[in-house]
Design a protein around this ligand. Structure first.
Ligand SMILES: Cc1cc2nc3c(=O)[nH]c(=O)nc-3n(C[C@H](O)[C@H](O)[C@H](O)COP(=O)(O)OP(=O)(O)OC[C@H]3O[C@@H](n4cnc5c(N)ncnc54)[C@H](O)[C@@H]3O)c2cc1C
Length: 387
């Protein structure tokens, strides 16, 4: 699908951003519409707009691809609820649709006696979130199962896994399109304006035009707040801006002696420089946390030394020569470096007062894990709050 210059188009629902979240939301909405008898309409009502030439090329392809268990987040938070629900949904979905994934498990390690208490805290919080399968490993048990790790204790999480996020996004897109949904690439939404109870979108790209619709779901990730510039909430405030925390990765050339993922105890802003594996068994380390003004993906020259020092705390025989710079991703943060860790923000009219606008803000980790559950949550909210 492409637009013609200066035409005015009509749609029912527009989803902005074809990352894993926009794709999951669009597929879920299309599924709901299909259940209402809309399949095969000549003119699909749901449009998924993406500014890049590919789907999922921003944060959704710059992460660890871990299916998180749901153990770190405050009880009752959206992160806790949607991560745990999303994990179950994702394993089921991957099985059903042949998306490569592996329930490989992970171990969180305490490298110093004072970290042991933190493991107990993580286990207690996990239980509150309904994750009751964590197993405490004392030094002996850990030594037996992971002889290459140096740690005083560990916590094993058997429900943690990995997923091929690109395959997942392709399946979500196929579902959306099979249900009559319409993806348009190379189409940045430049401005959103209220038009009666609906919305008028100014679209850039090769064929600038206008699109009018009833409802907008903003899944623009790092740009989700920028997109709202110029709009005023019902309480008179503007929508503010996001903060950004970059996370860099290094790949490890050669095999590592671990079959499961290895995490240190979490650090402020992230989960610590951990070891993850991809579906091919290739190991990578990261991400670290660097607060930045605007999204950018450069890898500093000092990365090797920093990562070596962090990794050797739990894997003393890591070979620094085998660590090679890989890539970086950027976390969209609701609060800045000195603020507290925030929950996912899903803002509908009951929060900001603007009819038929739904904003998904600060969808950092565990967004990939939560994607299917978050999509259902957004669909229900849109049903409840649409006008
Ligand atoms: C370093 C790092 C590690 C992570 N690790 C994990 C993990 O292991 N497990 C996990 O569950 N989660 C993880 N996450 C979180 C996960 O990657 C994100 O939650 C998820 O990818 C967010 O998807 P999204 O669709 O919201 O954002 P994106 O993938 O960024 O998609 C947003 C899309 O919107 C488009 N867009 C923006 N503005 C416009 C516009 N004006 N018009 C049209 N299109 C627009 C963008 O081009 C982009 O494609 C990690 C995140 C980071 C940064």
């Amino acid at each position: 699908m492409s637009f013609q210059n200066h035409e005015i188009y009509q749609a029912d629902t527009v989803v902005i951003g074809a990352g894993v979240i926009g794709l999951a939301v669009a597929a879920a909405l299309a599924g709901k519409q299909a259940a209402g008898g809309y399949v095969g309409r000549e003119r699909p009502d749901i449009w998924l707009l993406e500014k890049e030439s590919l789907i999922g090329s921003i944060t959704s392809s710059r992460n660890s691809e871990v299916i998180h268990a749901g153990i770190y987040y405050p009880q009752g938070s959206l992160k806790a609820r949607l991560c745990v629900q999303g994990k179950h949904r994702l394993y089921e979905f991957c099985k059903q649709h042949d998306v490569p994934h592996r329930r490989c498990g992970k171990v969180i390690v305490a490298t110093q006696p004072c970290d042991e208490e933190k493991l107990a805290g993580i286990q207690a919080r996990a239980r509150l979130n309904g994750v009751c399968d964590l197993e405490f490993l004392d030094r002996g048990a850990l030594q037996q199962s992971e002889p290459d790790l140096k740690a005083v204790a560990g916590l094993s999480s058997p429900s943690t896994g990995i997923v091929d996020s690109h395959a997942l996004m392709q399946v979500l897109l196929a579902k959306f399109e099979a249900l009559g949904g319409n993806l348009v690439l190379n189409t940045p939404v430049q401005r959103l304006a209220q038009s009666g109870r609906g919305w008028s979108l100014s679209l850039g790209g090769v064929h600038p035009c206008r699109l009018q619709c009833r409802q907008v779901i903003n899944c623009a990730g790092l740009d989700a707040r920028k997109l709202l510039q110029g709009l005023t909430r019902a309480d008179g405030h503007d929508f503010g801006s996001l903060h950004y925390a970059k996370g860099c990765y290094m790949a490890y050339q050669g095999r590592v002696p671990f079959k499961r993922l290895v995490y240190p105890v979490p650090e402020p802003g992230g989960l610590g420089i951990h070891l993850t594996l991809d579906m091919g068994g290739q190991a990578r380390f990261g991400p670290d946390v660097q607060w930045i003004e605007q999204p950018e993906y450069s890898l500093p020259d000092t990365l090797g030394e920093k990562f070596f020092q962090a990794i050797r705390q739990y894997w003393p025989t890591v070979d620094p020569e085998r660590l090679v710079p890989a890539y970086a991703g950027v976390r969209p943060k609701v609060n800045g470096e000195h603020g507290s860790s925030a929950d996912f923000q899903v803002e509908g009219p009951s929060i900001h007062g603007l009819a038929n606008l739904f904003n998904l803000i600060g969808i950092e980790s565990p967004g990939l894990t939560s994607s299917l559950a978050l999509a259902d949550y957004v669909c229900s909210l849109a049903e409840e709050e649409s006008a």
